[in-house]
Design a protein around this ligand. Structure first.
Ligand code: KE4
Length: 427
């Protein structure tokens, strides 16, 4: 593939932007190649600045569940733009999207919009601490909740991908209030939550982990977490930035029928524009300023263009049969991928929740951070580079998910499987 323009852009970008990218994983460091600069996207396809076409399985890391540049989303943004781009004042679109979120998520009575998933989780953490008067947050190894200081402890996503323990710049005073324990381990969970020396404000989790690669909760894990946190007065926060409106229209909380106290959202609810949100029980949310004393604010929170994109997206997702169609497409693809992997690879473990999945180059089962770390990241890098040069755009990390959108056609998926088999044969 000709990548002349991407190479030139990356060279210039590295002089102006740290690592040449505005989010670390995009630099493709862990997969041993330089990034392709993307010029445009439509449906299931993206094109780089050299005109190369790819079938896209990153989907902007989740938001593009309808496919890129969906006509209804594009029309909604264009229409909103006719009236201006930002008011710094309340507008009707915020109320409309808030009502859709509250109606969709059974545990959410009220919600506050912010501009990223990180803002959503950091705000939910401050709220839980303000509401309980306690300081400690419990998280799970390999789960990623954005880059707020308190969460950069044994985090997932880019932190694993770059193989860094946490991050310099996070004071010990902050880190001491974060306890990270193994995902799917009920014994350690109970021991930790019942440890009276810890003044635990909240437990935050990805109900389906997506940042150590996709890792599913064991059937009894979520129930145990809900029962223990309810018994002990610990605020349970579901970070549904990935799973919200991905796993089902009601998120993972509806799918598993486990109701958290607070929920964090992002990605899909912005339809590709910057939106995050946190919400939950009115009794807790009423502690947020200006109704309550816990402060949180944002210049572009509830931005009208972003609200319009989110409303248009959720309107499409709400249509009857959307998730059945999407999940059936993903299930068929995953079954065939598993078959190819079993035929050609000595080690492979595919974890999937609905339309997000990870094929680990590992024996499996992959149920937590330690087992995810057994994956052969170098082999994944070889796979990634081969697939990229054959026109398939995967996450540049073994420890992320592959997303399927409604726009992925049967032809896209069968072509991807053909290319995958040709690559697996060579690995
Ligand atoms: P943002 O601040 O990136 O909008 O959201 C942070 C976040 C919070 N919670 C979960 C479960 C998330 O997955 C994320 C962000 N996801 C990563 C990829 N897994 C975004 C991609 C990137 O960092 O470039």
């Amino acid at each position: 593939m000709n990548t002349t323009r991407s190479t030139a852009l990356f060279t210039k970008a590295q002089q102006l932007i740290p690592g040449g990218v505005n989010s670390p994983v995009r630099a493709c460091k862990s997969v041993g190649c330089d990034p392709r600069f993307i010029a445009k996207a439509k449906g299931s396809k993206i094109w780089d600045v050299d005109g190369n076409e790819y079938i896209d399985f990153i989907c902007s890391w989740g938001p593009m569940i309808l496919g890129h540049n969906h006509p209804a989303v594009k029309e909604a943004i264009t229409k909103a733009m006719e009236h201006g781009t930002s008011f710094g004042a309340p507008c009707a679109l915020e109320v409309e999207l808030a009502e859709m979120v509250v109606d969709a998520l059974p545990s959410v009575d009220m919600a506050r919009f912010v501009s990223s998933g990180t803002e959503a989780t950091m705000s939910a953490l401050r709220l839980a601490r303000g509401y309980t008067g306690k300081n400690v947050v419990v998280k799970f190894d390999g789960c990623y909740h954005g880059h707020a200081d308190s969460f950069l402890v044994k985090a997932g996503s880019g932190v694993i991908t770059l193989g860094i323990p946490g991050s310099p710049g996070v004071p010990e005073d902050i880190v001491k209030n974060t306890v990270s324990i193994p995902y799917n381990n009920i014994e350690v969970l109970e021991k930790t939550l019942r440890d009276e020396s810890l003044d635990i404000a909240c437990l935050i989790m990805e109900p389906v982990a997506g940042n150590m690669g996709v890792v599913l909760p064991k059937p009894e894990f979520l129930q145990a977490i809900r029962a223990l946190t309810a018994e002990l007065g610990i605020v349970l926060i579901f970070d549904e930035v990935i799973t919200g409106f991905r796993v089902s229209y009601g998120g993972a909380q509806s799918h598993f029928d486990i109701m958290p106290d607070l929920t964090c959202l992002g990605k899909i609810i912005g339809g590709g524009l910057p939106v995050g949100a946190y919400g939950g029980k009115a009794e807790i949310m009423k502690h947020i300023s200006p109704e309550g004393p816990v402060y949180q604010a944002g210049t572009l929170s509830g931005n009208p263009l972003a609200m319009a994109a989110g409303i248009a997206t959720l309107t499409e997702l709400k249509k009857p049969g959307f998730y059945e169609t999407l999940n059936a497409k993903a299930e068929k693809f995953a079954e065939e991928l598993q078959g190819i992997a079993n035929k050609h690879l000595d080690k492979s473990c595919l974890n999937r929740q609905g339309s997000v999945m990870t094929n680990f180059f590992a024996k499996g089962p992959i149920t937590d951070f330690d087992s995810a770390m057994t994956a052969d990241a170098d082999k994944y890098g070889m796979y990634y580079r081969e697939m990229l040069d054959k026109g398939v755009y995967l996450a540049p990390s073994q420890f992320e998910g592959a997303f399927i959108s409604l726009a992925h056609s049967d032809d896209d998926l069968s072509r991807t499987l053909e290319i995958t088999e040709s690559v697996f044969r060579k690995l």
